[in-house]
Design a protein around this ligand. Structure first.
Ligand code: COA
Length: 331
């Protein structure tokens, strides 16, 4: 038994906000943002929600897979910016797309969310509990961003990506000797360093608390600490995953990394001694969309034919938690 991604989809808000637009809001410049991050523009919601974006991305993934919504058995939405705490976003998506036979729940592993959801789905499918699952990574981070804080507001964007994953009994080996499926995965967390990238929810101000608390409800980040974490941890966990699978960097065709910052991706490529051409990027157009970055890029590459059957891909995410992970799969 193996698992296959048989459909991908993505959905972005309509509004494009360029670095020049950002110059109107905070003291920054197109040059600074491009040099330090690689971002030129991002999509920002003017009403699109995590659930509406997820539902559209999921529908596109289902269409590509040629499946009806009623056939979906499990829906996981990875998000850290849902509109509602209850019900979860996955249940809203279930309703929106009409997947009435699915079990649905959310996962929050921040920017590693889609990857952690894929690994979770792999475990469910390998265990024979479900035969298929829809996964979405979806965020409207623009509502968690302090639009007066130039250190964070220039980095993030909104959007959603999705994948339909199926259990497959097809054990066929491609001409290159590879078999489709998820070959190996490594996940990790470092909660001790969690507060370097945080966003508060409501404090405990119930009827029994005498001193009411207030919190800053926006994303707060120590950018340099996050940068150090990502550039060390990502190559280390990719190497660990490849070692576990008995593979080396040269055995990989594409490294699809969380799109946070072009400098982070370049540094990872350098540390792995891998050709930067194997690291596709789209963050210039969409910014950092947390859990949505990997599935949106995956969908772009899939639809444009840049991923071919038999290609070996490393997906790697990192972010708040701190969380990180790498999965090796053959398409
Ligand atoms: N425009 C112009 N200047 C800015 C700015 C902006 N948007 N944001 C910060 N600055 C200023 C700072 O205030 C600072 O000024 P000072 O020297 O007068 O104090 C200066 O630029 C340098 O700031 P610093 O934070 O040292 O910059 P940096 O080189 O570390 O780059 C990041 C900042 C955020 C781009 C970088 O740390 C980074 O990419 N970190 C990872 C963040 C990330 O990816 N987070 C999400 C992970 S999932």
């Amino acid at each position: 038994m193996t698992i296959k991604i048989t459909g991908t989809g993505s959905e972005l808000p309509e509004k494009i906000v360029t670095n020049f637009d950002m110059q109107e809001l905070v003291e920054t410049s197109d040059e600074w943002i491009r040099e330090r991050t690689g971002i030129a523009e991002r999509r920002i919601s003017t009403g699109e929600t995590v659930s509406s974006l997820s539902a559209k991305a999921c529908q596109k993934a289902l269409e590509m897979a040629g499946k009806a919504a009623s056939e979906v058995e499990l829906i996981i939405v990875a998000t850290c910016s849902p509109e509602l705490l209850l019900p979860c976003c996955a249940c809203q998506v279930q309703d929106m797309i009409g997947a009435s036979n699915a079990a649905a729940f959310d996962m929050n592993a921040a920017c590693s969310g889609f990857l952690f959801a894929l690994n979770t789905v792999n475990a469910y499918l390998q265990a024979g509990i479900y035969k298929n699952a829809l996964i979405a990574g979806s965020e409207v981070l623009s509502k968690l961003v302090d639009w007066t804080d130039r250190g964070t507001c220039v980095l993030f964007g909104d959007g959603a990506g999705a994948a339909f994953v199926e259990a497959s009994a097809d054990d066929a080996v491609y001409d290159n000797g590879r078999k489709a499926g998820l070959e190996c995965m490594v996940q990790g967390s470092d909660g001790a360093k969690g507060m370097v990238l945080s966003c508060a929810e409501r404090p405990v101000n119930n009827a029994f608390v005498s001193e009411k608390q207030t919190v800053n409800p926006y994303i707060q980040m120590n950018g340099q600490e996050v940068y150090k974490f990502a550039t060390r941890q990502v190559p280390a966990c990719i190497n660990k995953a490849l070692d576990k699978a008995g593979l080396c960097v040269d055995d990989v065709d594409l490294f699809i990394l969380h799109q946070a910052n072009v400098r982070i991706i370049e540094s990872v490529a350098k540390r792995l001694k891998a050709d930067i051409a194997k690291f596709p990027m789209n963050l210039d157009k969409v910014g950092n969309m947390s859990s949505a970055t990997i599935p949106v890029l995956l969908d772009e590459l899939n639809r444009s034919g840049k991923i071919k059957k038999g290609d070996r891909i490393v997906l790697s995410g990192f972010g708040a938690g701190l969380t990180y992970g790498a999965s090796v799969l053959v398409w």
